[in-house]
Write a protein that binds this ligand. Sequence first.
Ligand SMILES: Cc1cc2nc3c(=O)[nH]c(=O)nc-3n(C[C@H](O)[C@H](O)[C@H](O)COP(=O)(O)OP(=O)(O)OC[C@H]3O[C@@H](n4cnc5c(N)ncnc54)[C@H](O)[C@@H]3O)c2cc1C
Length: 402
Amino acid sequence: MICLSYSDYSHSQSNGRYRPISTDCFLLEFISLIFYPTYDLQVMSQYTHNCRLLARRCHQWHHVQRPYLSTCSQTGPKVCIIGSGPAGFYTAQQILKGNPSIHVDILDRLPLPYGLVRFGVAPDHPEVKNVINTFAATAENERCSFVGNVSVGKDVSIHELQQAYNVVVLSYGAEADRELGIPGEGLVGVESARSFVGWYNGLPEHRHLQPNLNTEVAVVIGQGNVALDIARILLTPIRLLQETDITEYALEALTRSKIRRVHVVGRRGPLQAAFTIKELREMVTMPDCRTVFTAEDFSGVEEALAGIPRPRKRLTELMLKSVTGRGQTEQEVQRLADASREFYVKFLRSPIQVLPSADGKRLRALELAVNVLEGSGKSVRARSTDDREVIDCGLVSTVAAG
Ligand SMILES: Cc1cc2nc3c(=O)[nH]c(=O)nc-3n(C[C@H](O)[C@H](O)[C@H](O)COP(=O)(O)OP(=O)(O)OC[C@H]3O[C@@H](n4cnc5c(N)ncnc54)[C@H](O)[C@@H]3O)c2cc1C
């Protein structure tokens, strides 16, 4: 096992995509290929993007003596943080600020830091990834070190870390998918959002996912921003995706994609939708794509507008505008009429079962129960009726992690 080390990293941007330029990058890629034969150069190059923070440190974990696990030789309290996502880095930032003699080691099972900011946040949302600059400033602190490629619980135990550090902080995020618990969930073509997002973001363990893009219809179960991220990546015209930092292999696969319709399915109604206005606006204004709501789902919604908080009110107004077509310019009407792709927002539906293909191996369709809402305010609940609906599809992505 080795911890990749970097020295003085920089990047150039060509055609909107980051390329490493220094000799050190070459060395990194060389090392990567030896120790990670399954990683290709493109993926590793993307890992290294904005990774200057690792520049001054070189920890070869296999050289670290177990009784002296901490990388700090100085006296003073030593803290070990497990997980280098936002939780880990914000914790490190506060700890370092609060005590001038404390030392912090941040451990991660991946070779590079930042957790889901790097491997979750969509590649077409670079502004969200800017928080990496704040984390990099923390990592550049002389009293902070990052050690990658260390899987706590496998390479080193919590008990061993407790012996070596004064404090051990667990900030390892959500690691598993929560199952829907419906028949057919294991069929080929059903992917967790975690793996699908990991695939387009270049996460090594999902690099070989091969989601079924040879189908016209995809369904995303869930109606939060991650669901909209997936829908957006599937529906965005390739020329726009080319301008993002999406991994090359995902871009190639999406270039051949036949997906024309994406449904995002949620069990409750428009007033409970978990996505936010920015993400929805990106969908309703997407070139060559028409957003489709079901008018009946909005019964009573306009009347409820007066009593709801402003952010949700604005979100709901945007949905209502799209449902009714109110205030649309002629140009906008024409754009929607000409669109070759469709984004369906399906409220009040719960997945019941995944239906198999004739050979019983692949997903053929998704069966949904139609729901009604019971209760009011925050305690509103969805109850399934006997009504069913079937969507023929070749890809289902489930947004749930535990
Ligand atoms: C697809 C997606 C898009 C998102 N988009 C946004 C967005 O636009 N804006 C926003 O604010 N939030 C967004 N989020 C949410 C945000 O990414 C998470 O809330 C945040 O990353 C959680 O931080 P964390 O540090 O708890 O966990 P993580 O970011 O998951 O970090 C945990 C780290 O721990 C490491 N780790 C796990 N197990 C071990 C182990 N045994 N040993 C060592 N290391 C380990 C992991 O490798 C990882 O690096 C998004 C999430 C997803 C999934």
